[in-house]
Design a protein around this ligand. Structure first.
Ligand SMILES: Cc1ncc(COP(=O)(O)O)c(C=O)c1O
Length: 363
């Protein structure tokens, strides 16, 4: 890896990967129908369940897709003809869940507006008044950097006897989600965020009690959770062509997640986030969210007079120095985003601080 430059990706995934994950991409050519490859895939799904402490109770399946594929698989496989889902639509990815349900004609309603913190009392009222069977929520809303209250939502779902569907795209592997404790029914994420692999695989972890329901509900051909899960279990293969090399890298990334432990990764992310937050605060920037709602994985920073030449100029200056920052997506609020997803450390954050100070000094 000597000839590769170190890139500090502060976009919310695909993130900076370790050298060992990069090296894992280079393997002998292999047909993915071979048992040897099937065993690797089985190992991956087992690892995905282990990351959420769900062994024995949970199953997982994978699709060659970006993260949206897993969300689409989860919603279209879980929401049957007699089901109805309430979606917490408080950011771009909540909106995406509603868009998916709309595209497939699934029975759904929404609660909350962009940037609003979920109000569990309101959600409970809505759920109790309607004939809902599922609640769907983003865990970490990557558009605003808000950590939605997963544990509280899980408690509410248990109390009301409904299923909880979670898009944990930008938290699973980087924040300790305990599947057994939260009793999440379905959770979606991808290879290239907090598990720190490369893009190309998306997955759904689900409670094994859901298998019967999943078997009967076939609204989707490619993104059918039951078929995908069954095929790997029974035939030791994915149904359709997997990204072979990406799978080896993902296997390595899962191994590294388990070795580091999700708890230690979460602590590393929080420390890196705090360093960036303190830096930006000291430099006079303000933030879209109050501290208590911040995920400590990503921050949306107000794009005010601190950057008179605009975001693109700031981005380009940092990019030329191997740092990538990310534009914002909050309607009616000009923001940009910085995330700490990936194989990043304190030295990286110090370097980011030096470069940003240098940029501002030269304004
Ligand atoms: C919470 C959340 N859900 C879904 C997605 C969609 O993932 P992808 O862009 O890989 O399709 C993202 C991407 O950032 C996300 O953060």
């Amino acid at each position: 890896m000597n000839d590769l430059e170190r890139k500090i990706l502060l976009n919310p995934g695909p993130g900076t990967t370790s050298d060992s994950v990069k090296k894992a991409l280079v393997v002998n050519d292999i047909c993915p129908r071979e048992d040897e490859f099937g065993d690797l895939m089985q190992d991956i799904v087992e690892g995905l369940v282990k990351i959420g402490n769900g062994e024995g109770e949970y199953e997982a399946c994978m699709f060659p897709a970006s993260g949206t594929g897993a969300v689409e698989a989860m919603l279209t496989s879980a929401i049957g003809k007699n089901s109805k889902v309430l979606i917490v639509k408080n950011g771009a990815y909540g909106i995406r869940m509603a868009d998916i349900c709309h595209s497939y004609g699934l029975n759904f309603d929404t609660v909350h507006k962009y940037g609003e913190y979920p109000d569990l009392t309101l959600i409970k009222e809505k759920l109790s008044a309607g004939d809902f069977t599922h609640l769907a929520m983003i865990h970490h809303e990557t558009s605003t950097g808000m950590m939605n209250p997963l544990e509280d939502a899980a408690e509410l779902c248990e109390e009301l006897g409904i299923d909880l569907i979670v898009d944990a795209m930008s938290s699973y592997g980087g924040y300790p989600i305990d599947l057994m404790k939260t009793k999440v029914s379905y959770l979606a994420a991808s290879s290239n965020k907090c598990i720190q692999g490369m893009a190309g695989l998306a997955f759904v972890v689900f409670h094994k009690d859901k298998l019967d329901e999943l078997k009967d509900n076939t609204r989707n051909f490619y993104f059918d959770i039951y078929k995908q899960w069954y095929h790997l279990k029974e035939k030791n293969q994915l149904r359709f062509t997997p990204p072979v090399q990406i799978s080896y890298a993902f296997h390595k990334a899962i191994e590294e997640t388990i070795e580091e432990t999700v708890q230690a990764r979460w602590e590393r992310y929080q420390e890196n986030w705090q360093m960036l937050y303190d830096l930006m605060k000291e430099l006079g920037f303000t933030f879209f969210l109050p501290m208590e709602q911040q995920s400590k994985i990503l921050m949306a920073i107000n794009l005010d007079e601190k950057l008179p030449k605009g975001f693109d100029d700031f981005h380009d200056y940092l990019y030329e120095r191997n740092i990538t920052v990310y534009p914002g997506v909050i309607p009616e609020n000009k923001t940009f985003r910085m995330a700490v997803i990936g194989d990043l450390n304190k030295e990286d954050m110090k370097y980011v601080g030096e470069v940003i100070r240098e940029y501002l000094a030269n304004q």
